[in-house]
Design a protein around this ligand. Structure first.
Ligand SMILES: Nc1ncnc2c1ncn2[C@@H]1O[C@H](COP(=O)(O)OP(=O)(O)O)[C@@H](O)[C@H]1O
Ligand SMILES: N[C@@H](CCC(=O)OP(=O)(O)O)C(=O)O
Length: 375
């Protein structure tokens, strides 16, 4: 494997994600001194030519602390209210601190829909790229105040990875309250061993990773490992490291062996496929027979109607659907050429019969291989 310092030198655009538990001292309110310190480090990296996009959590936790709430509220509307209150102090603190180093902060609040709708996705990408080119430091969070429960991303590890895909970053740095990924939860096991580096797609890492360590954090290590996998689809590496380690970002830049470095082991997907892969929700499911599953997995073929045995959900033409194996495993996602009613009518049928059944033919495939992403 390439030497760490050598690899870091090839990176030019970083996403830095700071977690709630770390930023708010487990919910005790914003750690302003630490925040000022990270802002200083990011500004110094920016001066050295590293483009930084920050994904910061902490709105709900800080809102709770400002309201004097001791526990995370159960009701969504209360969490949303807390986010609206906390986001103010969060963004104010970043603005003041970045300005001290001569940088403008730019607030960007995203929802799942902004990334799921292709037009809005492209818009968000252009805006973020422009903000970076203008020399500002974008500060991103989920738009918690408007995101309904069922479409919330919920944890910012996922958001960090989606943003890494969006702006084609080379490195996603996830700062948290542990030194990195251990082979078991270090809060529970004193003999846990730190993983210094590995492949983002190593199956063992998901087994190692447990849930959040505090009531304030969401997702725990599991969402961080999944984020590393997601970031890897656009060729982006991930470092999970402790935000409490002195000068952690600058030391990472110097190539120091801190935290866990999870490297992509696949060629980056082309931009369109990346967008398909980044869809967290799909409109429906196509259940494949064994032959079709093999055709898309082994030979990289398109999905033909003849290989589909069951159609679930309601979807329109051009929407994202999931392809399931006969055993119920999610194999791929893709943009479908026919809507759900049409797919229902042409399933199990050879493509030459499509026109006779529907009265027209758009394409012989249900999903063309250019629009199909294996997972
Ligand atoms: N294998 C593991 N290695 C390290 N931390 C783990 C592991 N499994 C679970 N965790 C927990 O994940 C927590 C960090 O995630 P989380 O609480 O969501 O923080 P954040 O707010 O930074 O995203 C740690 O405090 C730790 O208790
Ligand atoms: N958007 C939420 C962050 C969600 C969250 O807690 O994320 P994480 O940093 O993964 O624990 C907030 O700002 O409170």
């Amino acid at each position: 494997m390439q030497d760490r310092a050598e690899f870091i030198r090839t990176t030019r655009r970083w996403i830095v994600k700071i977690g709630s538990a770390l930023l708010t001292r487990d919910g005790a309110g914003l750690d302003r001194a630490a925040l000022a310190d990270w802002a200083g480090q990011m500004a110094r990296l920016r001066k050295q030519g590293i483009e930084i996009v920050l994904v910061s959590s902490g709105a709900v936790a800080e809102g709770m602390s400002r309201m004097g709430w001791k526990q995370k509220p159960k009701a969504l509307f209360e969490k949303q209210a807390a986010a609206a209150i906390g986001q103010m102090s969060l963004i104010h603190a970043y603005e003041v601190n970045f300005q001290e180093h001569g940088y403008l902060a730019a607030q960007v609040l995203l929802t799942h829909d902004d990334l799921a709708n292709r037009r809005r996705y492209l818009n968000a990408r252009n805006t973020l790229r422009t903000l970076v080119e203008l020399g500002t430091i974008p500060v991103i969070n989920e738009n918690d105040t408007v995101a309904a429960e069922e479409i919330r991303l919920g944890d910012n590890d996922t958001l960090g990875a989606l943003v890494a895909n969006l702006v084609e970053a080379e490195l996603l740095v996830i700062l948290t309250d542990q030194q990195g990924l251990y082979d078991k939860d270090p809060r529970k096991f004193t003999d846990a061993q730190l993983i210094s580096s590995g492949r983002a797609n190593d199956e063992r890492f998901l087994e190692f990773a447990g849930g959040a360590g505090t009531a304030i954090g969401s997702g725990g290590m599991r969402t961080k490992v999944l984020a590393a996998r997601r970031a890897a689809t656009s060729g982006c590496a991930t470092v999970i490291a402790s935000g409490r380690e002195a000068n952690v970002l600058e030391r990472l830049y110097a190539g120091e062996d801190l935290g866990s470095l999870l490297l992509p082991d696949q060629a980056p997907l082309v931009a369109r496929k990346q967008w398909i892969a980044s869809q967290l929700q799909s409109r429906g499911q196509l259940w494949l027979d064994a032959g079709a599953a093999q055709a898309i997995q082994r030979t990289g073929g398109s999905l033909l109607p003849v290989g589909v045995v069951k159609v679930e959900g309601e979807f329109g033409r051009g929407e994202v659907v999931s392809c399931m194996s006969p055993e119920g495993k999610l194999l791929a996602k893709g943009l479908v050429n026919y809507n759900s009613d049409e797919a229902e009518r042409i399933k199990r049928k050879p493509s030459r019969e499509i026109e006779g059944i529907l009265g027209y033919i758009d394409a012989p495939e249900l999903i063309h291989r250019d629009n199909l992403v294996l997972l």
